[in-house]
Structure formats: structure tokens, C-alpha cells
Design a protein around this ligand. Structure first.
Ligand code: BG6
Length: 489
């Protein structure tokens, strides 16, 4: 019998992320029987709150995607009984020492393993790490710390943060989260590619014309303007979520599925990338728009955003990997808020079939008739492949159809939230889906010069109406590399 215990402390327990994602994910893991037998969850924050108040707060957001299922209520009560609250300052050794005392009581002499989830703003980050690690780390067993972006705002500040973290923690103890890596279809990328003979040999410049990584949201920064204005969409989405997907997509075959083997390959491909240049970036910002009698606010209408802010809420970029596999293949990224839909997808456009056999039956648009593989990360997870086929009948006209793997029809089980996967991995010490510090450095060095240039020049973004398809500049950028965005039909 394993008599060790796990204590999970959510530092910044009253924040949005904790309420919306972390507690619900912990509950889902509990519901599924994935948490160890002896576990406790502590919420840590500055405000005064009783355990009962924390439970009340948490219970409101356990909307639990499982709540239609049997005995959800009962399970929820059981889970909530294991949740506690500790009020303290983030920079107080004393307050963390008091937490330590409480944790010890719950651990009841068992081997103690402790996981801290830091869900707090960057300016108090290091203090919290310092206090948690020196006053509340596990006496026996492991201590791990999950940290959330922003990991700095450029190469220098990120390196400084890493250096500061490493005064208190070893790289092994740091779990840098990028929740996109916990998404089912992102995890499936390697399976799709490395376990299917029909894809693996095609995965190179020889057969792939371009790759598109597209992120869009149909809402603005609503309430997060204060944070967002200091970062902008390139740091918020591209430098992390989209670039991580790109690394997984483009890396060489890892030696094994071991965390270090995978991360070694990711770093290699990131380091083979060309530093992004200003002429390969288009930025945009949404402005207010009225439709059907409803007025949606513009970015700078947000009270927490300076009126003259030029922070991009949209960006498109063309990136290149200077290695043998990908030489010359444009990797186009596009990310934006307040657009016409919410979607994250990867589009792989293949080259033309050589020769001319069916070209005249295709119609005027040869580009439209090349194969395209689409991996829809969300919503409605799917993988589909566009192929050409003959329109049935006596003529000879070609049509395009989809071979479609739609997860909701293929699988009845619901897809877990990314945070469930990642929290479970952190508890189990699986580092595959977390960002190593050298990956982070490589990611920043790609984007830092362009970010600096944009900011020094105060480049004016192209304005686009809330709810639109974004700035037309994105089309010109793509066209320069003979690419058409696949999401626009
Ligand atoms: C976060 C960004 O990392 O990802 C947000 O800071 C964004 O701006 C969010 O809205 C998107 O995540 P998801 O899982 O809802 O697509």
C-alpha cells in the first residue's frame, strides 16, 4: 500500500483561472478516480476566507461537464471536503510556514508530496516561489511548482525569470504550463504523424506546400485588458500556443516518447527557425462595431486599456524553418481576438499532383484542388482530409470531398479539459507536455526582435471591426508567399 500523500496548493485561489479551470479540473480528476488516495487541496490567497467560503466559491464553478451523470453531487461533496483555504501574503515566509503546518496535519506523517500551482501575476511570482520553496516544501517526497505564462515579455526578462526561479527550484521541479499542449488534438499530432504510413513520408517540403496555424476568438479582451495591454496577441498566443504546436508538428522523430527525447527534438526545430522579421508580420486591433442593434466595444473602449494603445489584438506572421526537411515551406500563423468565430486549427496544404491528367476537369482553380489536411483543435475536434473525387454521373467533373474523423461521432466519451491532462501529468511527474527552459529561450529569441521593433516604432495596427475576419493585410502577407488562408473557404 502506497502511503504517500499529495497536497495541491493553488496559490491565487480566488483568481479567474483557479475558479474557471484549476478547481474544476481537479474535481474532474477526482471524479474519474485519478487522484491519489491521500490528497488535499489548499486554496491560498490574500483575502480572508473560511474553508466553507472557499468550498462555496469552488462549488459554483464545478459546473462539471459531468454533472448530468449519476452521483455527481455526492462526489462533489466528497471532493469539497478535501478542499481548504489558507489566507496569506504571497511574499511572507511566515504565512507559508503557517500553511506548511496545516499541510503537515493533513499529511498525517505520510511521505508528503507537494504541488504548488502558481496562478498569480508575474510581479509577485518570484517572491511566492521563494516563500513556498523555503517555508512550505515537502520534508519527504517531492515538491513541484506549476507556473503559468507570462514567462517574461522578451528574451531578457524571461532569462532573468528563469535565473531567479532556479535560485529556489531545480529545472526538474518547474512545470511550465502551456495549456494548448494538453489539448487532445495537439497531443494526437504525434500519433497522427508517426503512426500512420500515409502521412509520415509526406511530412516535408517535398510534399507540403505550406502549413497554417490559426487561432481565432469571437470575443475581445473582456475584463483582461489590463494584463493584455502589456503583452499583446503575439506574446499571448503565438510565442507559446501556436509555436508549441508548430514545434510538435515539425520536429524530427524523437528517439522515444520520453519527455527529454521529445523536448530535445522540439528545441532543435525551434532553434532551426529563422528569426521573425518585421516585414513578415501584420498586426491589427479591433474597433467597436454595431450589428443587429448590438454594439460591441473596441479594444481601447476597455477601461483598463489606454486610449491610445497600439497593442495588437490580431497578428499574422510568416515563419520559416531552415533545415533540410522544411527549407522554403512557409509556416503561416494567424491569431486574433474579436473575430467572427472561435476556432483553433492546423491546416496542411499539399503540393499539386504533377502532370496534367485531371487539371482541366478541376475547373479554374488548381490551388483549391490540392489535398489539404485539417486538424481542428477546437471546437468540434476533428481531423479531415480534402480529397478530389469524381462527381457521380456520366460526365467527368471533379469535386472536393472530406474524409472526416469527427471526434463527437467517433467517440462517446467527452474529451477532458487540457488542464486535467496537465495537472495529472504534474502529479505523476510526467514532463512531456511542459516547457523546458531551453525551449522557452528558443521561443523568445524568435519573436523578441520583432516585438522590440514594433514597440519602438509604435507601429499602428490595422483596425478591424469587432466580429469581422480581421485585417486584409493578412491576405497580402499570405499572398506574398503564394498562400491562401484555408479557413476562408
Ligand atoms: C490563454 C490566453 O493562454 O489562452 C487567452 O491568455 C486565450 O487570451 C486563451 O483566450 C485561449 O484558450 P482556450 O483554451 O480557451 O482556447
Amino acid at each position: 500500500e502506497n502511503e504517500s500523500s499529495v497536497s495541491i496548493t493553488v496559490v491565487g485561489a480566488s483568481g479567474d483561472l483557479a475558479k474557471k479551470k484549476i478547481f474544476p479540473a481537479l474535481f474532474a480528476l477526482y471524479y474519474e478516480g485519478c487522484l491519489p488516495k491521500h490528497f488535499t487541496v489548499f486554496g491560498y490567497a490574500r483575502s480572508k476566507m473560511t474553508d466553507a467560503e472557499l468550498r462555496d466559491m469552488v462549488s459554483k464553478t464545478l459546473t462539471c461537464r459531468i454533472d448530468q451523470r449519476e452521483n455527481c453531487g455526492e462526489k462533489m461533496d466528497q471532493f469539497l471536503k478535501r478542499c481548504f483555504y489558507h489566507s496569506g501574503q504571497y511574499d511572507s515566509q511566515e504565512h507559508f510556514a503557517a500553511l506548511d503546518k496545516k499541510l503537515k496535519e493533513h499529511e498525517g506523517g505520510r511521505v508528503s508530496n507537494r504541488l504548488f500551482y502558481l496562478s498569480i501575476p508575474p510581479n509577485i511570482f518570484i517572491d511566492a516561489v521563494k516563500c513556498a520553496s523555503s517555508s512550505a516544501s515537502a520534508a519527504s517526497g517531492w515538491t513541484r511548482v506549476i507556473v503559468e505564462k507570462p514567462f517574461g515579455r522578451d528574451s531578457e526578462s524571461s532569462a532573468a525569470l528563469t535565473k531567479a526561479l532556479k535560485q529556489y527550484l531545480t529545472e526538474d521541479q518547474i512545470f511550465r504550463i502551456d495549456h494548448y499542449l494538453g489539448k487532445e488534438l495537439v497531443e494526437n499530432l504525434s500519433v497522427l504523424r508517426f503512426s500512420n504510413l500515409i502521412f509520415e513520408p509526406l511530412w516535408s517540403r517535398q510534399y507540403i506546400r505550406n502549413v497554417q496555424l490559426i487561432f481565432s476568438e469571437d470575443f475581445g479582451t473582456e475584463g483582461r485588458g489590463g494584463y493584455f495591454d502589456n503583452y499583446g496577441i503575439i506574446r499571448d498566443i503565438m510565442q507559446n500556443h501556436l509555436l508549441q504546436i508548430l514545434a510538435l508538428f515539425a520536429m524530427e522523430t524523437p528517439v522515444s516518447l520520453d519527455a527529454e527525447d521529445i523536448r530535445n527534438e522540439k528545441v532543435k526545430v525551434l532553434r532551426s527557425m529563422r528569426t521573425l522579421r518585421l516585414e513578415d508580420v501584420v498586426i491589427g486591433q479591433y474597433k467597436s462595431h454595431t450589428r443587429g442593434g448590438v454594439t460591441h466595444p473596441g479594444y481601447t473602449d476597455d477601461k483598463t486599456v489606454p486610449k491610445d494603445s497600439v497593442t495588437p489584438t490580431f497578428a499574422a506572421a510568416a515563419l520559416f524553418i531552415d533545415n533540410a526537411r522544411w527549407d522554403g515551406v512557409p509556416f503561416l500563423m494567424k491569431a486574433g481576438k474579436a473575430l467572427h468565430n472561435r476556432r483553433a486549427e492546423i491546416r496542411v496544404q499539399f503540393r499539386h499532383v504533377p502532370g496534367n491528367l485531371y487539371n482541366r476537369n478541376i475547373g479554374t482553380d488548381l490551388d483549391q484542388a490540392t489535398n489539404e489536411l485539417v486538424i481542428r483543435v477546437q471546437p468540434d475536434e476533428a481531423i479531415y482530409l480534402k480529397i478530389n473525387n469524381k462527381v457521380p454521373g456520366l460526365g467527368m467533373r471533379l469535386d472536393r470531398s472530406n474524409l472526416n474523423l469527427l471526434y463527437s461521432t467517433r467517440y462517446s466519451k467527452e474529451i477532458p479539459d487540457a488542464y486535467e491532462r496537465l495537472l495529472l501529468d504534474a502529479i505523476e511527474g510526467e514532463r512531456r507536455l511542459f516547457i523546458r527552459s531551453d525551449e522557452l529561450d528558443a521561443a523568445w529569441s524568435l519573436f523578441t526582435p520583432v516585438l522590440k521593433e514594433l514597440e519602438e516604432k509604435r507601429t499602428i495596427p490595422e483596425y478591424y471591426p469587432y466580429g469581422s475576419r480581421g485585417p486584409v493585410g493578412a491576405h497580402y502577407l499570405a499572398a506574398r508567399y503564394k498562400v491562401r488562408w484555408g479557413d476562408l473557404g
